[in-house]
Design a binder for this molecule. Sequence first.
Ligand code: PEP
Length: 248
Amino acid sequence: MRKTIVAGNWKMNASKESVNNLIGGLLSGMGGVATEVIVCAPFPYLSQVESLISGSSIMLGAQNLNANPKGAFTGEVSANMIKDFGAQHVIVGHSERRSLYGETSAVVAEKTKAALDADLTPLLCVGESLEERESGNTEAVVEKQINAVINLLGIDAFDGIIIAYEPVWAIGTGLTATPEQAQSVHLFIRNLLAGSNERIAQKTPILYGGSMNAGNAADLMSCSDIDGGLIGGAALKADDFLQICKAG
Ligand code: PEP
């Protein structure tokens, strides 16, 4: 039985005041939430969130990391630094990192390795663009993105990885994949993992991300291979995010 996980990706949206309000709202509404809850904060706010969620069941994540453990990489942040602030998770390969910052699947695989080496759980994002979907290449794209990690780290690494299937055309657009569209890709991913290791395939959480909100979360998460959500916009409002957590 896989656990249901709901993770919030705040992206580059935060201030000290908004973080206080958002975490305060989440903490006061966590009663009745059975899902595992993760909030992925921008780096400068990790410490603040670490303090605010202390003693609660909410877990902390970062949104990116550098693949190197330390050294002359001005402006970058390592896995151990993220760990130092109590985070247990880190997003790798978000489509915004892939498209805006040129992160290739090879780079994403290296970042996944760096996270695992530091005992952080990577939230490995994969997903196709609209053009790739319309040209019938969704499965090929997702397979290539996942194989980059399998080829570098081996299938056993997925014992410590959470996958997030995020169709690029659904991120921040208000266009959500239908439960059928999402379930079909989630099943494809699970079968892909099963080709190397059935046990790992059955236990790996595969989250859906892309305009998930309080209105569509329950339908998406009721699909047999959708194990939760990675939430952008709707993670910035405590009530909306809590409703999604409760739908899981
Ligand atoms: C995301 O950024 O991972 C995401 C899913 O965003 P949104 O929910 O806003 O589409």
